[in-house]
Design a protein around this ligand. Structure first.
Ligand SMILES: Cc1ncc(COP(=O)(O)O)c(C=O)c1O
Length: 452
């Protein structure tokens, strides 16, 4: 076998072009043979198909058809977020333009741990992160792998600012990554405040902040994982100011509302936070990973400073080379900012806002369909694009069984949530191409799969 070609350099274009043809054809063929939002047959069938396509993982002699075979198998066995009936999670269908930009990032492979590996990418990251932070009233932002890393970094910055005794106070509706981060960072276990009806109760928060000794870090949520609800941010910000508590807002889901003239007001209060988690692989149509942590006080980033002579020698910094190590706790880092920058510039704020409006409208329409259907119950009016619903009079076990049956048959991917002690089906609408007919079809499928 001759030496395989590289993705960049003088031969990159001629090498990549036919391979891209193979990839897009295999994606299409695999999707056709799946014929629905996910493969039928459940975990055993999916694993058997992959084992068959994979064969020997490291054969003595390579297989030139491996790209086609494995991309086809991956597409055939995918839970495809571009299918209107794939609505379980905050798992968005990426835009074609964002995915194409991500290919360029893979081809050039800039690594954002030092300027000499990423001259343009580091400048792009600095400009775009600042602009996104300014869009929500904060000063700067770090790029992360998603909401989990952003929440963890927020707690790390709080600990470095206020000490290891800092106490996290969050709602029962907060994402599990926050309590996990307290464990990882050696912080006290969080104090969990009730969140009746899915949002943090300000009266209970006031009591907790009055009772607890400082230092305190309150984490509020703009876009809860289970129901897409938004905590009363201005009220929470006011309580934090009164009690001298630091405020983090996890807007991993709801942050995308910033693009929409119609929905941006729901984020009022975000600008009062010390740190804000954003995540454009949710309501931002990016391939994973596209997380950000926005910060109000850039000087706090000094806590992340780290010296490694081969990456950020002091004399290089004095000579004007940017020190990138302090912009992440990772070392090698992909330029995930490229796909974000390309998407924002291609669509503009109006284009992004139209996508947000579209999925929020679909969620409202789906909620109305549920509400008007005599055999279904609606949890509540959607605030972003999540709709919780259940067949009337079904037991919790029956609700769980409907979901598993649809998964097993490869017909629909619905989520599940337990916001009030009862089990609900969850539809998280993130696909701007979904049509009202698709929603009616989804409801019919659920109705037809519910045991009587
Ligand atoms: C509110 C919220 N925060 C954080 C996360 C974690 O994000 P990621 O999966 O990108 O780490 C999620 C994931 O769904 C979320 O819903």
């Amino acid at each position: 076998m001759s030496t395989p070609p590289l993705a960049s350099g003088p031969d990159g274009r001629d090498a990549l072009r036919p391979l891209l043809g193979t990839v897009v054809d295999a994606l299409a063929a695999g999707g056709r043979s799946r014929g629905g939002p996910l493969p039928a047959g459940g975990p055993e069938t999916a694993a058997a198909r992959i084992a068959e396509a994979l064969g020997d993982v490291l054969p003595d002699d390579g297989d030139p058809d491996a790209l086609r075979t494995l991309v086809h198998a991956l597409a055939e066995g995918a839970a495809d977020p571009s299918d209107p009936l794939c609505v379980a999670h905050l798992h968005c269908p990426p835009l074609a333009v964002a995915t194409a930009a991500d290919l360029a990032a893979s081809a050039l492979n800039p690594s954002l741990d030092s300027w000499d590996q990423a001259p343009a990418a580091s400048a792009l990251e600095a400009a775009v992160t600042r602009a996104l932070a300014h869009a929500i009233g904060l000063a700067d932002a770090l790029v992360t792998t998603g909401g989990t890393e952003s929440n963890q970094l927020a707690l790390l910055l709080a600990r470095e600012e206020h000490g290891g005794s800092i106490q996290l106070v969050c709602g029962a509706n907060a994402h599990h990554s926050l309590s996990r981060a307290t464990w990882l960072l050696g912080l006290p276990d969080p104090v969990v405040v009730p969140a009746p009806r899915g949002i943090l109760d300000p009266a209970a928060l006031h009591q907790a902040l009055t009772r607890l000794p400082g230092p305190l870090l309150v984490a509020a949520t703009a876009g809860t994982t289970d129901a897409g609800l938004i905590d009363p941010l201005p009220e929470i910000a006011g309580l934090c100011a009164t009690h001298g508590a630091r405020l983090h807002i996890d807007a991993a889901y709801g942050g995308g509302l910033l693009f929409s003239d119609r929905h941006r007001d729901k984020l009022a209060g975000l600008e009062a936070a010390h740190t804000v988690t954003l995540d454009l692989h949710k309501l931002g149509w990016q391939p994973v990973a596209a997380g950000l942590l926005a910060i109000a006080r850039p000087h706090e980033l000094a806590a992340l400073h780290h010296h490694a002579d081969y990456l950020n020698a002091q004399d290089d910094i004095e000579a004007g080379f940017p020190d990138l190590l302090g912009r992440s706790s990772r070392t090698s880092r992909r330029p995930d900012i490229l796909k974000i920058a390309v998407t924002l510039k291609t669509l503009g704020r109006n284009g992004m806002g139209a996508l947000v409006d579209q999925v929020c409208t679909r969620a409202r329409e789906f909620a109305i369909l549920v509400q008007e259907h005599p055999r279904f119950e609606l949890y509540g009016r959607p605030v972003i694009s999540t709709v919780l619903f259940r067949p009337t009079e079904a037991t919790d076990a029956a609700v769980a069984a409907v979901r598993r049956r649809l998964l097993h048959d490869g017909r629909a991917i619905l989520g599940r949530a337990r916001p009030d002690g009862r089990r609900w089906l969850k539809a998280t609408l993130l696909n701007p191409h979904t049509r009202p007919d698709d929603l009616a079809h989804l409801l019919k499928l659920v109705e037809g799969s519910t045991p009587r």
